[in-house]
Design a protein around this ligand. Structure first.
Ligand code: PBG
Length: 331
């Protein structure tokens, strides 16, 4: 964009349109609708009462009952969807709980689908890190690296279990090459042609995922830099990942994290042929909540400002831990 040619002051006085709330409302452009928001939720196996997540004040690991209740409240508030993560009691090297129909994530999905039917969009995190004892997003090879192609088989099985449990959209978040195609092919072969894929693309290796580790009781040592994207790469790397995922059958693509990557979000939104989502992740939430707890930020104001910024950068859909509350404020 080039700079506009405007008559100089005093002919131009931009403050005229900022003078009253009514004027600002009239010329306001970017709006966030409750139905654009998606609430990420955690369901933990073997608990009867919700367990607070210390680094995410106000967010909990749900029991099955509290999950159903909170999801219903989110839908009543006008939220457009929920994204479910599972926290299993037992983890192992291959993440067996992920594709077990009795695994907590699949049980939670069935419960939500029974409870909510098609009233909201039910999404499932499709990744192994919540289920593996080493905390990586895939299975490991004999040298301890994440084995891409062996992981694809696990993702395909996981996708089938989630589709059978009633998820509308599967969130492929593990950043294995070929993961969208592997899941799409498995779904189609089993007749789940209407189950969609929300592909995390681009997804960056980020320090802002920190609180999520506590949220899913992760035992990860080290990081995910060998599979998640590198923040020092420019937008071409982001668009390449989006192109691959769309080519493999992604129905929606999602940029993650959101706030530190708004430049990437803008570029993806301009180029993507499919709807674009953005995930305001655990660390983005935690840093605002921590400042609010110190009395340093106005919570509601900053909450809505961040969501507006993500929307302005081009996201049609926003995943945020504030979804229910923001939806209520925005109505
Ligand atoms: C992978 C996954 C993660 C998040 C969403 N899906 C963890 C990771 O990539 O390390 C993070 C969400 C958040 O931080 O709020 N299962």
């Amino acid at each position: 964009m080039s700079l506009p040619q405007l008559p100089p002051f005093p002919a131009s006085r931009p403050r005229r349109l900022r003078r009253t709330a009514a004027l600002r409302r009239l010329v306001g452009e970017v709006t966030v609708r409750p139905s654009d928001l998606v609430l990420p939720m955690f369901v933990r196996e073997g608990i009867d009462e919700p367990v607070p997540i210390g680094s995410m004040p106000g967010v909990v690991q749900h029991s099955l009952d509290s999950l159903a209740k909170a999801a219903r409240e989110a839908v009543t508030a006008g939220v457009g969807g929920v994204m479910l993560f599972g926290v299993p009691e037992h983890k192992d090297a291959r993440g067996s709980g992920a594709d077990d129909p009795d695994g907590i994530l699949n049980v939670g999905l069935r419960r939500l689908r029974d409870e909510l039917g098609d009233d909201t969009v039910l999404m499932a995190d499709l990744c192994l890190d919540e289920f593996t004892d080493h905390g990586h997003c895939g299975v490991l090879d004999e040298r301890g690296g994440v084995d891409n192609d062996a992981t694809l088989e696990r993702y395909a099985a996981m996708g089938l279990a989630q589709a059978a449990a009633g998820a509308h959209l599967l969130g492929t978040s593990g950043m294995m090459d070929g993961q969208v195609a592997a899941v799409r092919q498995a779904l189609d072969a089993a007749g789940h042609v209407d189950t969609g894929i929300l592909a995390y693309a681009p997804k960056y290796s980020s320090g802002f995922y920190g609180p999520f580790r506590e949220a899913v009781n992760s035992s990860l040592q080290g990081d995910r830099a060998s599979y998640q994207q590198d923040a020092t790469r420019t937008v071409a790397d982001a668009l390449a990942e989006v192109a691959l995922d769309v080519g493999e059958g992604a129905d929606v693509v999602m940029v993650k994290p959101a706030l530190p990557y708004l430049d990437i979000l803008r570029a993806v939104a301009d180029a993507s042929p499919v709807p674009v989502a953005a995930y305001q992740i655990s660390g983005e939430y935690a840093m605002v909540e921590a400042a609010v707890a110190n009395g340093w930020l106005d919570r509601e104001r900053v909450m809505l400002e961040t969501l507006t910024s993500i929307r302005r950068a081009g996201a049609s859909v926003i995943l945020t831990y504030w979804a229910s509350e923001a939806a209520t404020l925005l109505r």
